[in-house]
Design a protein around this ligand. Sequence first.
Ligand SMILES: [Zn+2]
Length: 367
Amino acid sequence: MLRTITFKLRLTNQDREALSKTMRAYAEAFSISAKWGYDNQSWNRVDNHNATYKLTRQSIPDLPSSLVQGARDCACEALKAVKCETLPERKPLSAMRYNQRVITVNLIHGLASIASTNGRIKATFFVPSHYRDYLSWTIKSSTISYDRRNKTFYLHVSLEYNDPEKVANLEVLGIDRGIVNIAVCSDNTFYNSKQIKNRRARYAYLRKELQSKGTKSAKRKLKRMSGEERRFVTDVNHCISKQIVNSEYTVFALEDLSKIRVQKRRGKEFDRKLNNWSFYQLEQFLGYKAEALGKHVLLVDARYTSQKCSNCGHTYKGNREGSAFRCRKCGFELHADLNASRNIAQAGISCLSRLPSQPAKCDTIST
Ligand SMILES: [Zn+2]
């Protein structure tokens, strides 16, 4: 399996300058190769190399030869994509692909040594603790990109790992995601510690205070706080997903939230956004971690999971009142989230046949 993880690079101003210059030089090398390919109606790399390499090295002597070759390969791919019908163009600060000869990435210490037109430059980056899982993976290639909006350079590292053997026994766990309880599982596990609850309440309170002030400094604080809160939620989601996938269960059933309007629950726009993002993130983390263990994640139809009785199947809106579920037909009573998680587990069991043909999950992760 392949994955790409992204880091923000920390660079001195001088090195930022060097990296932008390298990007521009890379774009220039790309243009030379693209033009030759277009003029000669060919996307053959060897021919392109023979025709352009010397010229490119002469006109851009500072660009390391591996990057000249990288730019040429990019140009040939672009020519192939348009079948040489148009001249491929490249923005001066587009992402550059680096092979292992021109970049050294150390994921343990968060260090990168990157070839540039000014020689090797050193960059550092923060490696979140949950990325430790990737230390045993093999780095295949790296890309450096630049985001104009926040004036930041990013390092994207593509990693590969042997696919684990898929588990044969399918034991389904239903997981209900929510706001009060982050996750409630059909095996009666509730994920919501007091500490998480308190911290979320504190953020909600501070946010309200700052929003009502509306001053410039309050807005700044609000922005900083929302970053802090997101990181906190990310950590919580990592912890919970790790515990869940390491349980004895092998198939994790979740509601497919993409098909319904996620939140009817009351709340400020900001809360709603954060919650939707958090639900989706938990799903992603479960997916990655399950895949690495040869386990599965199944998305099931989310309709009626909260109104349906997990005991007799009777579906009625009035069965649920807040966190209490009581079936009007058979009298079955249970915590509403737990009842929902059992329905999700049942839905998961009934669509187990979908598993072998599951579409591949998106393979890009960001923090
Ligand atoms: Zn019932």
